[in-house]
Design a protein around this ligand. Sequence first.
Ligand code: HXC
Length: 284
Amino acid sequence: MFVADLLKDKVVLITGGGTGLGKLMGQRFGQLGARLAIIGRRENVLHETAEEFAQAGIAVFPFATDIRNPDTLHQAFDAIYAHYGQLDVLVNNAAGNFISPTENLSPRAVDAILNIVLHGSFYASLEAGKRWIAAGHRGTILNIVTTYAWTGSGYVVPSAAAKAGVLAMTRSLAVEWAHYGIRSVAIAPGPFPTEGAWSRLMPTDELAQSVTDRVPLGRVGRYEELTNLAAYLISDQAEYINGEVVTIDGGEWLQGAGMFNHLTRLTPDQWESIRAQMPGKKPT
Ligand code: HXC
């Protein structure tokens, strides 16, 4: 759906780029001509992914670091600039999450999620933003949030609080840094079945099925639907999109929002009989 060189000349840093949606986005961006930097905690995983990308002819620079540590994150940015001499796009993709009754969480569990999602995305945005501003270089920040960033959600409360913060950061920086030529946008994915997310959020077949059942379109997301959206948003074709969060969830979050949405389960016969009972209405 895109010209092959849509992202040519762009250097794109993806946090958590060694696995899951981060890796899939990297593949797509690379196919479209981007040069990649990927960071993540596990050196072996990063290098395996980098090897795969290299074999597919994609330029990639892996650097193992934990985005919760601002000092090593700073070193990662230095290394990326030393390697490529520039950065054009930051994708804040790295996340941490698991389901749990909130009252069972320890402070360390809360910190783990908030530090990865909120602090990590903030630290990375600061690193990119400061360098872009100092160099007068245009840039794009793409944050991967979630639909419950604005509704909240039980049982993933640290994640909901952290993603809400990232969404606020997206919209705030979209205004504050626009005059430097820095765009800030977000994607809110619904259910996309990656191993990392599914093992922590849908650990049984029954839970996984219950999520699919909630999606008005009746299915989970296809990876290429998300990766193509991300490619468009970081491309020059989307230069006037700033501060926007694009939902890609098959209508899942709205399903729970509309008071009468549960009426999907009524049969045509039931509708007929309801209509017949209404004052002044005749059956069709
Ligand atoms: C309760 C838990 C727990 C669980 C960990 N903890 N898992 N508490 N239930 N299931 C507690 C630990 O006991 C510990 O507290 C604290 O959290 C930190 O745990 P560690 O394992 O020491 O932390 P760490 O090694 O930093 O691992 C971070 C992590 C882990 C978030 C816990 O799951 C991780 O690395 N995740 C990264 C990948 C990931 O989560 N991907 C899914 C993203 S999905 P105590 O007090 O015992 O020391 C996503 C999408 C959302 O975000 C949208 C979906 C539709």
